[in-house]
Write a protein that binds this ligand. Structure first.
Ligand SMILES: Nc1ncnc2c1ncn2[C@@H]1O[C@H](COP(=O)(O)OP(=O)(O)O)[C@@H](O)[C@H]1O
Ligand SMILES: [Mg+2]
Length: 277
């Protein structure tokens, strides 16, 4: 098994400057977290709001630098603080956010949204950019007729498909998904999760999937890391973590979660579609 991602003792402190009435302080957002993900696998990072999930996502995506610790992508050490990262390194890791609307330019047609990463990062000629964008559009379950439409003409689920398609345009090896389905209706969540599972198989993708929703995590994860106030309090295979949670926070988290089971949602959608046909 090859490790696509390895993180060793990642620390991230934020220095918050003081104001007139409050002293400067340091937020310890991530306190020495280690994990790794093998090619084609999904690591889910779960925990409540503010525990440091998005901070880790930004570090893994090389948007932000860790205060301490080592990050290895495909076995190569990343050091964004010291040297300029090669575009090759950046290309390998892409991110999808919870709200794709924020990252889609309202005046850009979807075809151009998808072709843009190729325009910026490669010398692929225009006709081939177009072809590849069209192919990817179909891969994520959209149609040719959507190519010339604008972001506001799509539903939330479709926009998330577009964000996923854009993230895949440069053939990344690792996709970081930060709460990718949290803003979607349950039935749409299941569809997008199925799409992610299909794409993972087809492109041998490796996922870091961030969520606060355990039913989603149970469905998508190979391994699970539970975070609590910047620390990993639980880390293991999905079955280990779900069947035998060790930490008291995880036990509370599991006990508090309604068991909206994604399998049953999928079955229901299938029944509905069959009935409508
Ligand atoms: N740019 C920043 N400056 C200061 N504090 C931050 C910054 N970004 C995040 N934090 C703090 O770091 C902690 C972790 O935040 P975050 O990684 O966004 O958590 P999560 O994604 O799990 O909700 C929180 O206490 C948050 O307020
Ligand atoms: Mg977050």
């Amino acid at each position: 098994m090859t490790k696509v991602l390895e993180a060793k003792n990642i620390v991230r402190d934020y220095h918050v400057p003081g104001g007139m009435f409050r002293p400067a302080r340091t937020v310890h957002a991530v306190k020495g977290v280690s994990f790794s993900v093998d090619r084609g696998k999904t690591l889910a990072i779960v925990g409540e709001s503010g525990c440091g999930k998005s901070t880790l996502a930004r570090i893994v995506t090389m948007i932000d630098a860790a205060t301490a610790g080592d990050l290895l992508i495909d076995g190569n050490k990343v050091d964004i603080a010291k040297e300029k990262l090669t575009s090759e390194m950046r290309r390998k890791v892409q991110i999808v956010f919870q709200n794709p609307y924020g990252s889609l330019n309202p005046r850009q047609k979807i075809g151009d949204v998808l072709a843009e990463p190729l325009l910026i990062n490669t010398d692929v000629p225009v006709s081939e950019r177009r072809d590849r964008a069209m192919t990817m559009l179909k891969k994520v379950g959209l149609e040719e007729k959507h190519f010339n439409r604008y972001p506001h003409m799509f539903s939330g689920g479709q926009r998330q498909r577009i964000a996923i398609a854009r993230a895949l345009m440069l053939n990344p090896s690792l996709l970081v998904l930060d709460e990718p389905v949290s803003a979607l209706d349950l039935s749409v969540q299941a569809q997008v999760l199925n799409l992610l599972a299909d794409l993972q198989d087809e492109f041998q993708l490796t996922y870091v999937f961030i969520s606060h929703d355990l039913s989603v995590v149970r469905y998508i994860a190979d391994d699970v890391m539970v975070m609590y106030f910047g620390e990993a309090v639980e880390y293991g295979s999905r079955d280990e973590v779900f069947s035998n949670p060790q930490h008291s926070y995880t036990k509370t988290l599991f006990a508090a979660t309604p068991r909206a089971d994604v399998e049953s949602i999928r079955a229901r959608i299938a029944r509905k579609q069959a009935a409508a046909a």
